[in-house]
Design a protein around this ligand. Structure first.
Ligand code: FAD
Length: 301
C-alpha cells in the first residue's frame, strides 16, 4: 500500500506550547525568540511552568502576563501546592484573575531535591504543607472557589511514579476532573500505544475531558532519558539506537528528533487525537517543524 500522505489537512488540529520562566538575560532572549516564532501558529494557549517550591513565582507571573499582553494568545499559569499555605496560593490565583489570566495548569508539584536523593523531579517523598492544598485535586477545587478558571491538570499514561497502581492513579485523575478540570495534559512519553490505551481507559472510567498528549521534541537525548527515568517514561530501545552516536552531531540529531516527534504525532492523529501540547524547552525550531508537518501553520499575510 502507498504510505499515508505526509501533510495533514490544515485547520484540523489544535496545539499548545509550554515554556519555562527565564533565569538570565540570555534565557529571556531565547524564550522571547521562541514565543515570537510560535505565536503566529495560533496556539489555543501558551503555558509557563512554576519552579519547584514556588521558586519562580514572580518570573512565572511576569512571563504569563507578558505573553498574553504581547501576543494576544491566552496564556496559562502553572501553579503547584508545594511549600505554600492555601492563603498564599489563593492570593497568587487572585492576582492572576485580576491580571486577566483565566487558565491555570493546576499541579501538586514535587518536593525540592534533598540530600538523600528523594524529592526533585519525579517527586518521591512528597509531604503536604500542613496549611496547604495537599494534592492537585484540592488545588483545582480551591481555584474554582476563586474564579471560573479554565483548568488543565497533569495525567500519566505510564502511571505517576508514586501511585500504588494504575487504577489508583486514574481514580486521582477522575477526582481532578470532578473538581473542575477541563482537560488533562500528559507527561511526555514515547510509547504511543501506552498513551492510546490510557486515553481509552480514562474514557471507560468516566473521564470525559480531552486527554492531550504532551510531546517532547528531543533537544538532548541524554537529558530526556534521565528525565524519563525519574518520571516513569519508558525510553524504548529503538530510540536509544536512533540517537546513538549523535551527541556531537546537533544538526543530524535535530533531524532525527523532528522525525521521531512527527511520526509520534501522526500516529496519534490517525487514532483520533486532535490536540497536542508541546514541551518546547523554550526553543521553536523543532516545534515549528513538527507543527508544519501537521498542517499547523501561520496564517498567510
Ligand atoms: P496529583 O494529581 O496530586 O498526584 C500526585 C500523586 O499523588 C499521584 O501518585 C496520585 O495518585 C497521588 N495522590 C493524589 N491524591 C492523593 C491522596 N489524597 N492521597 C494519597 N495519594 C494521592 N511540576 C512543577 O513543579 N511545576 C510545573 O510547572 C509543572 N508542570 C507540569 C505540567 C505537566 C503537563 C505535567 C504532566 C507535569 C508538570 N509538573 C510540574 C510535574 C508535577 O508537579 C509532578 O508530576 C507531580 O509529581 C505530580 O503532580 P500532579 O499534579 O499530577 O499531582
Amino acid at each position: 500500500a502507498n504510505p499515508a500522505p505526509l501533510i495533514t489537512a490544515p485547520g484540523d488540529l489544535t496545539v499548545s506550547f509550554e515554556f519555562f520562566p527565564p533565569k538570565t538575560e540570555k534565557m529571556h532572549e531565547n524564550l522571547w525568540t521562541a514565543i515570537r516564532r510560535l505565536a503566529p501558529l495560533n496556539p489555543a494557549f501558551m503555558s509557563v511552568t512554576y519552579g519547584a517550591g514556588g521558586s519562580t513565582r514572580e518570573r512565572t507571573h511576569a512571563t504569563v502576563t507578558g505573553i498574553q499582553a504581547e501576543t494576544g494568545i491566552p496564556a496559562a499559569a502553572h501553579l503547584t501546592c508545594v511549600a505554600a499555605t492555601r492563603e498564599e496560593i489563593d492570593e497568587i490565583a487572585r492576582n492572576y484573575w485580576d491580571a486577566g489570566i483565566r487558565h491555570i495548569v493546576a499541579l501538586r508539584g514535587d518536593p525540592p531535591p534533598r540530600a538523600d536523593g528523594t524529592g526533585g523531579l519525579g517527586g518521591r517523598g512528597y509531604e503536604p504543607h500542613p496549611g496547604g492544598y495537599a494534592y492537585a485535586a484540592d488545588l483545582v477545587a480551591g481555584l474554582k472557589r476563586i474564579g471560573d478558571f479554565d483548568i488543565s491538570v497533569a495525567c500519566f499514561p505510564e502511571v505517576h511514579p508514586e501511585a500504588p497502581s494504575a487504577q489508583i492513579d486514574l481514580d486521582n485523575l477522575k477526582r481532578k476532573v470532578d473538581a473542575g478540570a477541563n482537560r488533562a495534559i500528559s507527561q511526555f512519553f514515547f510509547d504511543v500505544d501506552a498513551f492510546l490505551r490510557f486515553r481509552d481507559k480514562a474514557a471507560a472510567s468516566g473521564i470525559h475531558v480531552p486527554m492531550v498528549p504532551g510531546i517532547l521534541p528531543i533537544l538532548n537525548f541524554t537529558k530526556a532519558a534521565e528525565m524519563g527515568e525519574k518520571c516513569n517514561t519508558a525510553i524504548p530501545a529503538w530510540m536509544r539506537d536512533l540517537f546513538d552516536g549523535l551527541d556531537e552531531a546537533p544538526e543530524t540529531r535535530h533531524l532525527v528528533a523532528a522525525t521521531v516527534a512527527i511520526e509520534q504525532c501522526r500516529y496519534l492523529e490517525k487514532h483520533g487525537v486532535k490536540q497536542f501540547h508541546f514541551y518546547t524547552m523554550n526553543r521553536a525550531d523543532l516545534t515549528v517543524a513538527i507543527c508544519h508537518m501537521l498542517g499547523v501553520r501561520a496564517a498567510k499575510g
